[in-house]
Design a protein around this ligand. Structure first.
Ligand code: G6P
Length: 615
Protein backbone atom coordinates (compact mmCIF):
# COMPACT_ATOMS: atom_id res chain seq x y z
CA UNK A 1 0.00 0.00 0.00
CA UNK A 2 1.12 3.66 -0.13
CA UNK A 3 4.55 4.58 1.19
CA UNK A 4 6.12 7.83 2.33
CA UNK A 5 9.69 8.98 2.71
CA UNK A 6 10.99 12.44 3.56
CA UNK A 7 14.57 13.64 3.92
CA UNK A 8 16.54 16.72 4.82
CA UNK A 9 20.31 16.64 5.16
CA UNK A 10 23.64 16.56 3.39
CA UNK A 11 23.17 13.54 1.11
CA UNK A 12 21.88 13.45 -2.46
CA UNK A 13 18.20 14.07 -1.67
CA UNK A 14 16.83 12.44 -4.80
CA UNK A 15 18.95 9.35 -4.22
CA UNK A 16 17.71 9.03 -0.62
CA UNK A 17 14.10 9.44 -1.71
CA UNK A 18 14.44 6.85 -4.47
CA UNK A 19 16.23 4.34 -2.24
CA UNK A 20 13.61 4.83 0.46
CA UNK A 21 10.74 4.39 -1.99
CA UNK A 22 12.45 1.35 -3.56
CA UNK A 23 12.61 -0.25 -0.13
CA UNK A 24 8.89 0.40 0.31
CA UNK A 25 7.79 -0.67 -3.16
CA UNK A 26 7.20 -4.27 -2.04
CA UNK A 27 4.10 -2.91 -0.37
CA UNK A 28 2.38 -2.48 -3.76
CA UNK A 29 1.62 0.75 -5.66
CA UNK A 30 0.50 2.10 -8.99
CA UNK A 31 2.16 5.50 -9.27
CA UNK A 32 4.93 7.50 -7.63
CA UNK A 33 6.11 11.03 -7.10
CA UNK A 34 8.61 13.26 -5.34
CA UNK A 35 8.74 16.92 -4.38
CA UNK A 36 12.14 18.49 -3.76
CA UNK A 37 13.25 21.83 -2.44
CA UNK A 38 15.80 23.00 -4.97
CA UNK A 39 17.12 26.45 -5.83
CA UNK A 40 14.54 27.99 -3.45
CA UNK A 41 11.73 26.39 -5.42
CA UNK A 42 9.52 23.38 -4.87
CA UNK A 43 9.83 21.03 -7.86
CA UNK A 44 7.53 18.07 -8.39
CA UNK A 45 8.05 14.95 -10.50
CA UNK A 46 5.46 12.19 -10.90
CA UNK A 47 4.94 9.11 -13.00
CA UNK A 48 2.56 6.23 -13.45
CA UNK A 49 3.58 2.63 -12.79
CA UNK A 50 6.90 1.51 -11.38
CA UNK A 51 9.59 3.68 -9.81
CA UNK A 52 11.83 3.21 -12.84
CA UNK A 53 9.42 5.47 -14.76
CA UNK A 54 9.83 8.16 -12.13
CA UNK A 55 13.59 7.76 -12.19
CA UNK A 56 13.54 8.20 -15.98
CA UNK A 57 11.30 11.24 -15.64
CA UNK A 58 13.75 12.85 -13.19
CA UNK A 59 16.70 11.91 -15.42
CA UNK A 60 15.07 13.64 -18.39
CA UNK A 61 14.65 16.83 -16.36
CA UNK A 62 18.10 16.56 -14.74
CA UNK A 63 19.28 19.85 -16.24
CA UNK A 64 16.67 21.84 -14.32
CA UNK A 65 17.77 20.39 -10.95
CA UNK A 66 20.54 22.30 -9.10
CA UNK A 67 21.16 20.93 -5.58
CA UNK A 68 18.11 19.81 -3.63
CA UNK A 69 18.30 20.19 0.15
CA UNK A 70 15.16 18.36 1.22
CA UNK A 71 12.29 16.40 -0.26
CA UNK A 72 9.32 14.12 0.21
CA UNK A 73 8.40 11.08 -1.87
CA UNK A 74 5.42 8.80 -2.19
CA UNK A 75 4.24 5.62 -3.83
CA UNK A 76 0.47 5.51 -4.26
CA UNK A 77 -1.98 2.64 -4.18
CA UNK A 78 -5.17 4.17 -5.52
CA UNK A 79 -8.16 4.49 -3.22
CA UNK A 80 -9.83 7.80 -4.17
CA UNK A 81 -9.45 8.43 -7.88
CA UNK A 82 -7.96 6.11 -10.49
CA UNK A 83 -4.21 5.52 -10.80
CA UNK A 84 -3.29 8.54 -12.94
CA UNK A 85 -0.64 11.22 -13.09
CA UNK A 86 -2.95 13.87 -11.78
CA UNK A 87 -3.94 11.70 -8.81
CA UNK A 88 -0.36 10.69 -7.99
CA UNK A 89 1.20 12.41 -4.95
CA UNK A 90 2.64 14.93 -4.03
CA UNK A 91 -0.37 17.22 -4.20
CA UNK A 92 -0.18 20.97 -3.94
CA UNK A 93 -2.28 23.93 -2.91
CA UNK A 94 -3.59 26.25 -5.64
CA UNK A 95 -0.40 28.35 -5.90
CA UNK A 96 1.90 25.32 -5.65
CA UNK A 97 3.88 26.59 -2.67
CA UNK A 98 2.78 23.81 -0.36
CA UNK A 99 3.21 20.10 -1.09
CA UNK A 100 1.71 17.09 0.64
CA UNK A 101 2.06 13.32 0.54
CA UNK A 102 -0.42 11.16 2.42
CA UNK A 103 -1.22 7.58 3.33
CA UNK A 104 -4.70 6.71 4.57
CA UNK A 105 -8.20 7.91 3.81
CA UNK A 106 -9.73 11.25 4.77
CA UNK A 107 -13.36 10.41 5.40
CA UNK A 108 -14.71 13.99 5.47
CA UNK A 109 -12.80 15.14 2.40
CA UNK A 110 -15.94 15.92 0.39
CA UNK A 111 -17.26 18.43 2.95
CA UNK A 112 -13.81 19.99 3.34
CA UNK A 113 -13.36 20.15 -0.41
CA UNK A 114 -16.66 22.00 -0.84
CA UNK A 115 -15.69 24.54 1.84
CA UNK A 116 -12.25 25.05 0.30
CA UNK A 117 -13.67 25.48 -3.22
CA UNK A 118 -15.91 28.22 -1.82
CA UNK A 119 -12.76 29.88 -0.49
CA UNK A 120 -11.30 29.91 -3.97
CA UNK A 121 -9.13 26.77 -3.96
CA UNK A 122 -8.69 25.09 -7.33
CA UNK A 123 -8.77 21.30 -7.17
CA UNK A 124 -7.08 19.27 -9.88
CA UNK A 125 -7.37 15.65 -8.75
CA UNK A 126 -10.03 13.26 -7.49
CA UNK A 127 -8.03 12.41 -4.37
CA UNK A 128 -8.89 12.99 -0.74
CA UNK A 129 -5.22 13.99 -0.25
CA UNK A 130 -5.44 17.18 -2.29
CA UNK A 131 -7.90 18.46 0.32
CA UNK A 132 -5.11 18.33 2.91
CA UNK A 133 -2.85 20.47 0.72
CA UNK A 134 -5.49 23.19 0.30
CA UNK A 135 -6.53 22.99 3.93
CA UNK A 136 -3.01 23.38 5.33
CA UNK A 137 -2.28 26.21 2.86
CA UNK A 138 -5.46 27.95 3.97
CA UNK A 139 -4.53 27.58 7.65
CA UNK A 140 -0.98 28.73 6.85
CA UNK A 141 -2.34 31.89 5.25
CA UNK A 142 -3.95 32.71 8.63
CA UNK A 143 -0.99 32.03 10.97
CA UNK A 144 2.10 32.09 8.77
CA UNK A 145 3.52 29.12 10.72
CA UNK A 146 3.67 25.69 9.07
CA UNK A 147 3.64 23.67 12.28
CA UNK A 148 0.58 25.49 13.63
CA UNK A 149 -1.09 25.30 10.24
CA UNK A 150 -0.65 21.51 10.16
CA UNK A 151 -1.89 21.26 13.74
CA UNK A 152 -4.98 23.35 12.99
CA UNK A 153 -5.63 21.33 9.86
CA UNK A 154 -5.37 17.84 11.31
CA UNK A 155 -7.91 18.81 13.95
CA UNK A 156 -10.39 19.13 11.08
CA UNK A 157 -9.54 15.80 9.43
CA UNK A 158 -11.57 12.66 10.02
CA UNK A 159 -10.23 9.28 9.03
CA UNK A 160 -6.70 7.95 8.77
CA UNK A 161 -3.57 9.80 7.79
CA UNK A 162 0.18 9.74 7.80
CA UNK A 163 0.98 13.00 6.15
CA UNK A 164 4.13 14.95 5.25
CA UNK A 165 4.10 18.60 4.31
CA UNK A 166 6.70 21.05 2.93
CA UNK A 167 6.27 24.75 2.16
CA UNK A 168 8.32 26.92 -0.17
CA UNK A 169 8.50 29.72 2.42
CA UNK A 170 9.76 27.39 5.18
CA UNK A 171 13.06 26.05 3.84
CA UNK A 172 14.09 22.49 4.62
CA UNK A 173 11.41 21.83 7.20
CA UNK A 174 9.25 18.75 6.86
CA UNK A 175 6.17 18.51 9.04
CA UNK A 176 4.66 15.06 9.58
CA UNK A 177 1.49 14.04 11.37
CA UNK A 178 -0.30 10.79 11.93
CA UNK A 179 -3.56 9.22 13.00
CA UNK A 180 -4.41 5.55 12.43
CA UNK A 181 -1.58 5.18 9.88
CA UNK A 182 2.07 4.46 10.66
CA UNK A 183 4.74 7.17 10.60
CA UNK A 184 8.21 7.38 12.08
CA UNK A 185 11.18 9.68 12.21
CA UNK A 186 14.67 8.38 11.42
CA UNK A 187 17.25 10.22 13.49
CA UNK A 188 20.64 10.95 11.95
CA UNK A 189 23.51 13.38 12.41
CA UNK A 190 23.21 16.47 10.26
CA UNK A 191 20.27 14.76 8.59
CA UNK A 192 16.86 13.42 9.52
CA UNK A 193 14.25 11.26 7.85
CA UNK A 194 10.54 10.73 8.03
CA UNK A 195 8.84 7.64 6.67
CA UNK A 196 5.81 5.41 6.79
CA UNK A 197 7.87 2.28 7.49
CA UNK A 198 11.36 1.36 8.61
CA UNK A 199 12.75 -0.17 5.36
CA UNK A 200 12.70 3.35 3.89
CA UNK A 201 15.40 4.53 6.28
CA UNK A 202 17.29 1.41 7.35
CA UNK A 203 20.20 2.08 4.97
CA UNK A 204 20.96 5.32 6.78
CA UNK A 205 20.00 5.03 10.42
CA UNK A 206 18.68 2.56 12.94
CA UNK A 207 17.59 5.26 15.38
CA UNK A 208 13.85 5.66 15.15
CA UNK A 209 11.08 7.59 16.85
CA UNK A 210 7.62 6.15 16.28
CA UNK A 211 4.89 8.76 16.18
CA UNK A 212 1.69 7.97 18.01
CA UNK A 213 -1.78 9.04 16.90
CA UNK A 214 -2.36 12.80 16.95
CA UNK A 215 1.34 13.61 17.18
CA UNK A 216 3.11 16.06 14.91
CA UNK A 217 6.81 15.96 14.01
CA UNK A 218 8.74 18.98 12.81
CA UNK A 219 11.91 17.73 11.18
CA UNK A 220 14.92 19.75 10.07
CA UNK A 221 18.43 18.45 9.35
CA UNK A 222 19.60 19.21 12.90
CA UNK A 223 16.44 18.85 14.94
CA UNK A 224 13.36 16.74 15.54
CA UNK A 225 10.50 18.19 17.56
CA UNK A 226 7.44 16.13 18.43
CA UNK A 227 4.30 17.69 19.86
CA UNK A 228 0.77 16.59 20.51
CA UNK A 229 -2.12 18.07 18.61
CA UNK A 230 -2.26 20.97 21.09
CA UNK A 231 1.40 21.87 20.62
CA UNK A 232 2.63 20.37 23.88
CA UNK A 233 6.10 18.83 23.49
CA UNK A 234 6.11 15.05 23.78
CA UNK A 235 9.33 13.41 24.93
CA UNK A 236 9.69 10.35 22.77
CA UNK A 237 11.92 7.36 23.14
CA UNK A 238 14.50 6.79 20.41
CA UNK A 239 14.31 3.09 19.53
CA UNK A 240 16.92 1.04 17.69
CA UNK A 241 15.64 -0.88 14.67
CA UNK A 242 16.09 -4.63 14.85
CA UNK A 243 16.71 -5.05 11.07
CA UNK A 244 19.90 -5.09 9.05
CA UNK A 245 19.92 -3.57 5.53
CA UNK A 246 20.82 -7.01 4.12
CA UNK A 247 17.24 -8.11 4.90
CA UNK A 248 16.24 -6.04 1.89
CA UNK A 249 18.56 -7.83 -0.54
CA UNK A 250 17.62 -10.83 -2.70
CA UNK A 251 20.99 -12.45 -1.92
CA UNK A 252 21.24 -13.98 -5.39
CA UNK A 253 17.69 -15.36 -5.56
CA UNK A 254 15.63 -14.32 -8.57
CA UNK A 255 12.79 -13.09 -6.38
CA UNK A 256 12.29 -12.18 -2.73
CA UNK A 257 9.54 -14.80 -2.59
CA UNK A 258 11.97 -17.59 -3.50
CA UNK A 259 14.51 -16.27 -1.00
CA UNK A 260 11.88 -16.10 1.72
CA UNK A 261 10.64 -19.63 0.98
CA UNK A 262 14.23 -20.85 1.36
CA UNK A 263 14.65 -18.99 4.64
CA UNK A 264 11.91 -21.03 6.31
CA UNK A 265 14.06 -23.69 7.99
CA UNK A 266 16.08 -20.98 9.74
CA UNK A 267 12.95 -19.02 10.53
CA UNK A 268 11.53 -22.05 12.34
CA UNK A 269 14.77 -22.45 14.28
CA UNK A 270 14.51 -18.77 15.24
CA UNK A 271 10.93 -19.11 16.44
CA UNK A 272 11.76 -22.15 18.53
CA UNK A 273 14.91 -20.55 19.89
CA UNK A 274 14.60 -19.90 23.61
CA UNK A 275 11.05 -21.23 23.75
CA UNK A 276 11.60 -24.89 23.01
CA UNK A 277 15.14 -25.92 23.80
CA UNK A 278 14.68 -29.20 25.64
CA UNK A 279 11.91 -31.70 24.98
CA UNK A 280 11.72 -32.44 28.70
CA UNK A 281 11.26 -28.78 29.68
CA UNK A 282 7.93 -26.97 29.41
CA UNK A 283 7.49 -24.47 26.57
CA UNK A 284 8.70 -21.12 27.76
CA UNK A 285 6.45 -18.26 26.65
CA UNK A 286 7.37 -15.38 28.92
CA UNK A 287 5.64 -13.11 26.44
CA UNK A 288 2.20 -14.31 27.58
CA UNK A 289 1.36 -11.97 30.42
CA UNK A 290 -1.65 -13.83 31.80
CA UNK A 291 -1.35 -15.83 34.98
CA UNK A 292 -1.48 -19.62 34.79
CA UNK A 293 -4.56 -19.54 37.06
CA UNK A 294 -6.49 -17.39 34.60
CA UNK A 295 -5.33 -19.47 31.65
CA UNK A 296 -6.48 -22.66 33.37
CA UNK A 297 -10.00 -21.28 33.62
CA UNK A 298 -10.03 -19.70 30.18
CA UNK A 299 -12.93 -21.03 28.16
CA UNK A 300 -12.99 -18.78 25.12
CA UNK A 301 -10.41 -17.47 22.69
CA UNK A 302 -11.12 -15.32 19.67
CA UNK A 303 -8.56 -15.02 16.89
CA UNK A 304 -8.79 -12.16 14.43
CA UNK A 305 -6.66 -11.75 11.33
CA UNK A 306 -6.71 -11.20 7.56
CA UNK A 307 -5.40 -13.04 4.50
CA UNK A 308 -2.59 -15.49 5.09
CA UNK A 309 -2.55 -14.68 8.81
CA UNK A 310 -6.19 -15.78 8.91
CA UNK A 311 -5.19 -19.17 7.49
CA UNK A 312 -2.47 -19.55 10.12
CA UNK A 313 -5.14 -18.72 12.69
CA UNK A 314 -7.32 -21.60 11.44
CA UNK A 315 -4.45 -23.98 12.21
CA UNK A 316 -4.12 -22.21 15.57
CA UNK A 317 -7.77 -22.86 16.36
CA UNK A 318 -7.42 -26.53 15.52
CA UNK A 319 -4.32 -26.86 17.70
CA UNK A 320 -5.63 -24.97 20.75
CA UNK A 321 -8.91 -26.87 20.72
CA UNK A 322 -7.14 -30.19 20.19
CA UNK A 323 -4.33 -29.70 22.70
CA UNK A 324 -5.90 -27.51 25.37
CA UNK A 325 -9.65 -28.06 24.93
CA UNK A 326 -10.37 -24.33 24.84
CA UNK A 327 -13.05 -23.19 22.44
CA UNK A 328 -11.65 -20.91 19.72
CA UNK A 329 -13.43 -18.72 17.20
CA UNK A 330 -11.54 -17.45 14.17
CA UNK A 331 -12.89 -14.48 12.27
CA UNK A 332 -11.63 -12.16 9.53
CA UNK A 333 -10.97 -8.80 11.19
CA UNK A 334 -13.14 -7.07 8.59
CA UNK A 335 -16.13 -9.11 9.80
CA UNK A 336 -15.39 -8.89 13.51
CA UNK A 337 -15.41 -5.10 13.52
CA UNK A 338 -18.88 -4.65 12.05
CA UNK A 339 -20.96 -6.88 14.31
CA UNK A 340 -21.97 -7.20 17.91
CA UNK A 341 -19.43 -9.64 19.33
CA UNK A 342 -19.54 -11.47 22.63
CA UNK A 343 -15.96 -10.46 23.52
CA UNK A 344 -15.67 -9.58 27.20
CA UNK A 345 -13.07 -9.28 29.93
CA UNK A 346 -12.80 -13.05 30.25
CA UNK A 347 -11.99 -13.51 26.55
CA UNK A 348 -8.46 -13.88 25.29
CA UNK A 349 -8.31 -12.14 21.91
CA UNK A 350 -5.42 -13.08 19.65
CA UNK A 351 -4.57 -10.74 16.79
CA UNK A 352 -2.36 -12.25 14.11
CA UNK A 353 -0.60 -10.09 11.56
CA UNK A 354 2.63 -10.24 9.62
CA UNK A 355 2.90 -6.47 9.28
CA UNK A 356 1.21 -5.45 12.50
CA UNK A 357 -0.32 -2.60 10.51
CA UNK A 358 -3.40 -4.10 8.85
CA UNK A 359 -6.11 -1.51 9.43
CA UNK A 360 -9.02 -3.94 9.97
CA UNK A 361 -7.04 -5.96 12.51
CA UNK A 362 -5.94 -2.83 14.36
CA UNK A 363 -9.57 -1.67 14.59
CA UNK A 364 -10.62 -5.12 15.79
CA UNK A 365 -7.92 -5.12 18.45
CA UNK A 366 -8.97 -1.68 19.66
CA UNK A 367 -12.58 -2.84 19.89
CA UNK A 368 -11.53 -5.91 21.87
CA UNK A 369 -9.50 -3.72 24.22
CA UNK A 370 -12.50 -1.45 24.77
CA UNK A 371 -14.31 -4.57 25.97
CA UNK A 372 -11.45 -5.23 28.40
CA UNK A 373 -10.32 -8.44 26.73
CA UNK A 374 -6.67 -9.41 27.15
CA UNK A 375 -5.08 -8.89 23.72
CA UNK A 376 -2.26 -11.17 22.59
CA UNK A 377 -0.59 -10.16 19.34
CA UNK A 378 1.34 -12.58 17.14
CA UNK A 379 3.30 -10.48 14.68
CA UNK A 380 6.49 -10.34 12.67
CA UNK A 381 6.85 -6.62 13.42
CA UNK A 382 7.46 -5.98 17.12
CA UNK A 383 7.95 -2.36 16.03
CA UNK A 384 4.40 -2.08 14.65
CA UNK A 385 1.27 -0.33 15.82
CA UNK A 386 -0.41 -3.59 16.67
CA UNK A 387 2.52 -4.62 18.84
CA UNK A 388 2.15 -1.35 20.72
CA UNK A 389 -1.48 -2.16 21.48
CA UNK A 390 -0.68 -5.64 22.80
CA UNK A 391 -1.11 -6.75 26.38
CA UNK A 392 0.99 -9.78 25.44
CA UNK A 393 3.20 -10.02 22.37
CA UNK A 394 4.63 -13.05 20.61
CA UNK A 395 7.15 -11.79 18.04
CA UNK A 396 7.42 -14.46 15.33
CA UNK A 397 11.01 -13.54 14.35
CA UNK A 398 10.73 -14.28 10.63
CA UNK A 399 12.84 -11.27 9.64
CA UNK A 400 11.50 -8.67 7.27
CA UNK A 401 9.29 -10.14 4.54
CA UNK A 402 9.43 -8.26 1.27
CA UNK A 403 7.45 -10.34 -1.23
CA UNK A 404 3.76 -9.43 -1.14
CA UNK A 405 2.81 -13.11 -0.99
CA UNK A 406 3.44 -14.14 2.61
CA UNK A 407 5.49 -17.34 3.00
CA UNK A 408 8.01 -17.39 5.84
CA UNK A 409 5.78 -15.25 8.05
CA UNK A 410 3.02 -17.86 7.63
CA UNK A 411 5.31 -20.69 8.72
CA UNK A 412 6.54 -18.59 11.63
CA UNK A 413 2.96 -17.89 12.69
CA UNK A 414 2.17 -21.62 12.50
CA UNK A 415 5.13 -22.48 14.70
CA UNK A 416 4.09 -19.77 17.17
CA UNK A 417 0.67 -21.40 17.36
CA UNK A 418 2.23 -24.83 17.99
CA UNK A 419 4.20 -23.31 20.85
CA UNK A 420 1.19 -21.47 22.24
CA UNK A 421 -1.09 -24.51 22.03
CA UNK A 422 1.46 -26.77 23.75
CA UNK A 423 2.08 -24.03 26.33
CA UNK A 424 -1.65 -23.89 27.13
CA UNK A 425 -1.85 -27.70 27.21
CA UNK A 426 1.05 -27.86 29.65
CA UNK A 427 -0.59 -25.31 31.92
CA UNK A 428 -3.89 -27.20 31.77
CA UNK A 429 -2.21 -30.58 31.90
CA UNK A 430 -4.51 -31.63 29.08
CA UNK A 431 -2.11 -33.76 27.02
CA UNK A 432 -0.28 -36.97 27.71
CA UNK A 433 3.33 -36.15 28.61
CA UNK A 434 4.93 -38.61 26.21
CA UNK A 435 2.75 -37.28 23.37
CA UNK A 436 3.98 -33.75 24.14
CA UNK A 437 7.57 -34.93 24.26
CA UNK A 438 7.20 -36.56 20.89
CA UNK A 439 5.57 -33.44 19.44
CA UNK A 440 8.42 -31.28 20.66
CA UNK A 441 10.93 -33.69 19.22
CA UNK A 442 9.19 -33.56 15.84
CA UNK A 443 8.91 -29.77 15.97
CA UNK A 444 12.67 -29.54 16.32
CA UNK A 445 13.03 -31.86 13.28
CA UNK A 446 10.81 -29.71 11.04
CA UNK A 447 13.55 -27.42 9.65
CA UNK A 448 15.57 -30.40 8.41
CA UNK A 449 12.49 -31.86 6.72
CA UNK A 450 11.80 -28.55 4.97
CA UNK A 451 15.46 -28.42 3.89
CA UNK A 452 14.88 -31.82 2.29
CA UNK A 453 11.98 -30.39 0.25
CA UNK A 454 13.99 -27.31 -0.74
CA UNK A 455 17.02 -29.33 -1.79
CA UNK A 456 15.18 -30.83 -4.74
CA UNK A 457 12.34 -28.92 -6.29
CA UNK A 458 12.51 -30.42 -9.80
CA UNK A 459 9.32 -32.41 -9.32
CA UNK A 460 7.46 -29.28 -8.22
CA UNK A 461 8.86 -27.32 -11.16
CA UNK A 462 7.81 -30.10 -13.51
CA UNK A 463 4.30 -30.06 -12.04
CA UNK A 464 4.18 -26.26 -12.40
CA UNK A 465 5.17 -26.50 -16.05
CA UNK A 466 2.53 -29.16 -16.70
CA UNK A 467 -0.28 -27.25 -15.02
CA UNK A 468 0.58 -23.61 -15.72
CA UNK A 469 -1.90 -23.33 -18.60
CA UNK A 470 -4.95 -24.31 -16.52
CA UNK A 471 -7.29 -21.47 -15.61
CA UNK A 472 -8.96 -23.01 -12.55
CA UNK A 473 -7.85 -25.22 -9.66
CA UNK A 474 -9.49 -26.72 -6.60
CA UNK A 475 -7.37 -27.57 -3.55
CA UNK A 476 -9.03 -30.05 -1.19
CA UNK A 477 -8.19 -31.23 2.31
CA UNK A 478 -9.76 -32.09 5.64
CA UNK A 479 -8.94 -31.51 9.26
CA UNK A 480 -5.86 -29.58 10.17
CA UNK A 481 -4.82 -29.24 6.54
CA UNK A 482 -7.97 -27.49 5.42
CA UNK A 483 -6.13 -24.24 6.17
CA UNK A 484 -3.23 -25.55 4.04
CA UNK A 485 -5.65 -25.93 1.13
CA UNK A 486 -6.94 -22.38 1.63
CA UNK A 487 -3.43 -21.00 1.89
CA UNK A 488 -2.05 -22.99 -1.06
CA UNK A 489 -4.92 -21.81 -3.27
CA UNK A 490 -4.48 -18.22 -2.08
CA UNK A 491 -0.77 -18.31 -2.99
CA UNK A 492 -1.60 -19.46 -6.52
CA UNK A 493 -4.36 -16.87 -6.92
CA UNK A 494 -2.23 -14.01 -5.61
CA UNK A 495 0.80 -14.37 -7.81
CA UNK A 496 -0.37 -16.21 -10.96
CA UNK A 497 -3.93 -14.76 -11.14
CA UNK A 498 -5.24 -18.30 -11.71
CA UNK A 499 -8.60 -18.96 -10.09
CA UNK A 500 -7.83 -21.40 -7.28
CA UNK A 501 -10.19 -22.30 -4.44
CA UNK A 502 -9.47 -24.15 -1.25
CA UNK A 503 -12.34 -26.43 -0.24
CA UNK A 504 -13.13 -28.92 2.52
CA UNK A 505 -12.86 -32.23 0.64
CA UNK A 506 -16.15 -33.43 2.13
CA UNK A 507 -17.95 -30.41 0.67
CA UNK A 508 -16.82 -31.21 -2.87
CA UNK A 509 -19.94 -33.11 -3.65
CA UNK A 510 -22.18 -30.37 -2.28
CA UNK A 511 -21.53 -28.06 -5.18
CA UNK A 512 -18.01 -27.72 -6.62
CA UNK A 513 -18.09 -31.22 -8.13
CA UNK A 514 -20.48 -29.77 -10.73
CA UNK A 515 -17.55 -27.80 -12.16
CA UNK A 516 -15.15 -30.72 -12.43
CA UNK A 517 -13.92 -31.91 -15.80
CA UNK A 518 -10.58 -32.24 -17.56
CA UNK A 519 -10.10 -28.45 -17.41
CA UNK A 520 -10.23 -28.20 -13.60
CA UNK A 521 -7.34 -29.90 -11.77
CA UNK A 522 -7.85 -30.97 -8.17
CA UNK A 523 -4.94 -30.81 -5.75
CA UNK A 524 -5.51 -33.12 -2.78
CA UNK A 525 -3.64 -32.81 0.50
CA UNK A 526 -3.30 -36.29 1.97
CA UNK A 527 -1.32 -36.53 5.16
CA UNK A 528 -1.46 -39.98 6.74
CA UNK A 529 -2.05 -40.43 10.45
CA UNK A 530 -5.76 -39.99 11.06
CA UNK A 531 -9.14 -40.53 9.46
CA UNK A 532 -8.74 -37.66 7.00
CA UNK A 533 -6.29 -39.47 4.75
CA UNK A 534 -8.68 -42.20 3.54
CA UNK A 535 -11.53 -39.71 3.26
CA UNK A 536 -9.58 -37.30 1.06
CA UNK A 537 -8.46 -40.27 -1.02
CA UNK A 538 -12.13 -41.20 -1.65
CA UNK A 539 -12.97 -37.60 -2.49
CA UNK A 540 -10.10 -37.61 -4.97
CA UNK A 541 -11.54 -40.77 -6.59
CA UNK A 542 -14.81 -38.91 -7.02
CA UNK A 543 -12.95 -36.09 -8.78
CA UNK A 544 -11.11 -38.59 -11.00
CA UNK A 545 -14.44 -40.08 -12.02
CA UNK A 546 -15.32 -36.62 -13.40
CA UNK A 547 -12.12 -36.59 -15.51
CA UNK A 548 -10.35 -34.02 -13.35
CA UNK A 549 -6.55 -34.11 -13.45
CA UNK A 550 -5.26 -34.93 -9.97
CA UNK A 551 -2.25 -33.73 -8.01
CA UNK A 552 -1.44 -35.30 -4.63
CA UNK A 553 0.53 -33.60 -1.90
CA UNK A 554 1.45 -36.36 0.49
CA UNK A 555 4.05 -38.08 2.61
CA UNK A 556 2.57 -41.49 1.80
CA UNK A 557 4.18 -44.19 -0.36
CA UNK A 558 0.82 -45.85 -0.82
CA UNK A 559 0.44 -47.53 -4.26
CA UNK A 560 -3.15 -46.27 -4.48
CA UNK A 561 -1.80 -42.78 -4.65
CA UNK A 562 0.66 -43.55 -7.40
CA UNK A 563 -2.04 -45.14 -9.54
CA UNK A 564 -4.78 -42.56 -8.90
CA UNK A 565 -2.92 -39.27 -9.25
CA UNK A 566 -1.38 -37.68 -12.34
CA UNK A 567 1.35 -36.02 -10.27
CA UNK A 568 2.51 -36.81 -6.74
CA UNK A 569 4.34 -34.12 -4.74
CA UNK A 570 6.10 -35.86 -1.88
CA UNK A 571 6.99 -34.38 1.49
CA UNK A 572 8.92 -36.17 4.25
CA UNK A 573 7.03 -38.25 6.82
CA UNK A 574 5.67 -36.16 9.66
CA UNK A 575 3.10 -36.40 12.42
CA UNK A 576 -0.22 -35.39 10.79
CA UNK A 577 -0.80 -32.63 13.35
CA UNK A 578 2.50 -30.99 12.39
CA UNK A 579 2.06 -31.51 8.66
CA UNK A 580 0.67 -28.00 7.85
CA UNK A 581 4.10 -26.60 8.65
CA UNK A 582 5.74 -28.61 5.90
CA UNK A 583 2.81 -29.10 3.47
CA UNK A 584 2.67 -25.35 2.85
CA UNK A 585 6.18 -25.33 1.38
CA UNK A 586 5.58 -27.30 -1.88
CA UNK A 587 2.39 -25.29 -2.38
CA UNK A 588 4.30 -22.02 -2.07
CA UNK A 589 6.83 -23.35 -4.56
CA UNK A 590 4.14 -24.61 -6.94
CA UNK A 591 2.52 -21.15 -6.97
CA UNK A 592 5.92 -19.53 -7.37
CA UNK A 593 7.00 -21.66 -10.34
CA UNK A 594 3.62 -21.38 -12.09
CA UNK A 595 3.77 -17.58 -11.76
CA UNK A 596 7.37 -17.66 -12.97
CA UNK A 597 6.49 -19.74 -16.04
CA UNK A 598 3.65 -17.34 -16.78
CA UNK A 599 6.03 -14.40 -16.51
CA UNK A 600 4.11 -12.69 -13.71
CA UNK A 601 5.50 -10.05 -11.39
CA UNK A 602 6.04 -12.52 -8.55
CA UNK A 603 7.09 -10.15 -5.77
CA UNK A 604 4.66 -7.39 -6.56
CA UNK A 605 1.46 -8.91 -7.94
CA UNK A 606 -1.01 -6.51 -9.49
CA UNK A 607 -3.62 -4.84 -7.26
CA UNK A 608 -2.19 -6.30 -4.06
CA UNK A 609 -0.45 -4.57 -1.19
CA UNK A 610 1.82 -6.10 1.41
CA UNK A 611 0.36 -4.08 4.19
CA UNK A 612 -3.25 -3.00 3.92
CA UNK A 613 -3.45 0.14 5.99
CA UNK A 614 -6.99 1.14 4.96
CA UNK A 615 -10.21 -0.61 5.99
C1 G6P B 1 -2.42 -8.32 2.53
C2 G6P B 1 -1.23 -9.14 2.06
C3 G6P B 1 -1.38 -10.58 2.52
C4 G6P B 1 -1.58 -10.62 4.03
C5 G6P B 1 -2.76 -9.76 4.47
C6 G6P B 1 -2.83 -9.62 5.98
O1 G6P B 1 -3.56 -8.70 1.85
O2 G6P B 1 -1.12 -9.08 0.65
O3 G6P B 1 -0.22 -11.30 2.18
O4 G6P B 1 -1.78 -11.93 4.43
O5 G6P B 1 -2.62 -8.44 3.94
O6 G6P B 1 -1.71 -8.91 6.40
P1 G6P B 1 -1.06 -9.00 7.83
O7 G6P B 1 0.14 -8.10 7.74
O8 G6P B 1 -2.08 -8.46 8.80
O9 G6P B 1 -0.71 -10.41 8.10
Amino acid sequence: MCGIVGYTGYRDVIDVLFKGLTNLEYRGYDSAGIAIRDDNKIKIYKSLGKLINLKNEVKEKQTEIVKPTSGIGHIRWATHGSPSLVNAHPHTCTCGNLVVVHNGIIENYKELREQLIKLGCEFRSQTDTETIAHLVAHEYSKVNDLEIAVRNSVKQLQGAYAVCVMHKEVPDVIVGARKHAPMLVGVGEGENFIASDTPAIIEYTKKTIYLDDNEIAVVTKDNVKITDVNGVIVNKKVEILPWEPVALSKLGYKHFMLKEIHEQPDVIRNVLNGKLYDIDAPISLNEVKISADILKKLNKIEIIACGTSLHASLVGKYLIEDFAGISVEVEPSSEYIYRKTTTDSSTLVIGVSQSGETADTITAIKQAKEKNAHVLIITNRPDSNMARLADSLIPVNAGIEVSVAATKSYTAQLISFYLLAIYLAEIKNSLDKSYVKNLKHELIQLPTKIEEILSNTSNIQECARKFSSFKNFIYIARGINLATAYEGALKLKEISYINATGYPAGELKHGPIAMLDETMPVLSILMPGGVCYEKVLSNSEEAKARNAKLIALTSSDDDNIKSLFDVVLKVPQVNEILSPAIACVPLQLLAYYIAEFLGKDVDQPRNLAKSVTVE
